[in-house]
Design a protein around this ligand. Sequence first.
Ligand code: CA
Length: 268
Amino acid sequence: MSIGAATHTGMVRNHNEDCYLVEPEQGLYIVADGMGGHQAGEVASRIAVETIHKFLSDHGKDENPLPDKVLTDALSAAHRAIRETAKKDPSKRGMGTTVVIAWVPPSGEVIWVGHVGDSRAYVMRSGKMKQITEDHTVFNQAYRAGALPKDPKDWPPRQQLSQAVGASEWISPGITQEIVQEGDRIFLCTDGLTDMVTDEEISSRLSMPIPPQEICEGLVEAANSHGGRDNITVVVIQIGEYKGRLDESYDRTTVTGEVADGGSGSAC
Ligand code: CA
């Protein structure tokens, strides 16, 4: 397995409220996009990542675990931890975060994905990209229910979340599993990428014959060159060997990755 990860403040914001963690030994990958005034967003995303990491370190190795329950419980623990912190500090009231977790339990050829909000997970297989998560936005909810008003002027704002960890009264995480195959690339990101870069461009960059870290750097650069209006975070998990030839002409000396292949790391 080979991993890439990158996060960037973008071209407009003055601080980064996104947070990620990659722990290949645990098979755990998390991306969170915090929100809330007075720098509460970065507090919320960090609490979520730390709480989920601890929860899965404590409970993820249980004999015969139920991965869907473990992920739901981990997200609920993060939800409670954020709300408890906000209760003690009025300046943090209402803070919250999206979370997307990809977890490969010790037993498996299956990757479990749990999420709340609009940070996304995709799988890239044989040149085709598929979104695994469903955005928890008011717009997407109405769209799926066939309840969008006729006039686009009356549509809810696309960014408005229908639930967020810590900020909503309660959460109802989306949990899915995906059988992974040699050569797959699993991809996690925040909306700072998907609002700036089209699915077509993401897909074409994800299928490039270059290592995951270079893909991450390229995606961040693409989001920034299209305006970089929000913080950008991307994680690429390559399962097994890349099917195809890695491009040896790629100039690796320009890469300043934060995560060495196979290593762990985080940035909040
Ligand atoms: Ca964002």
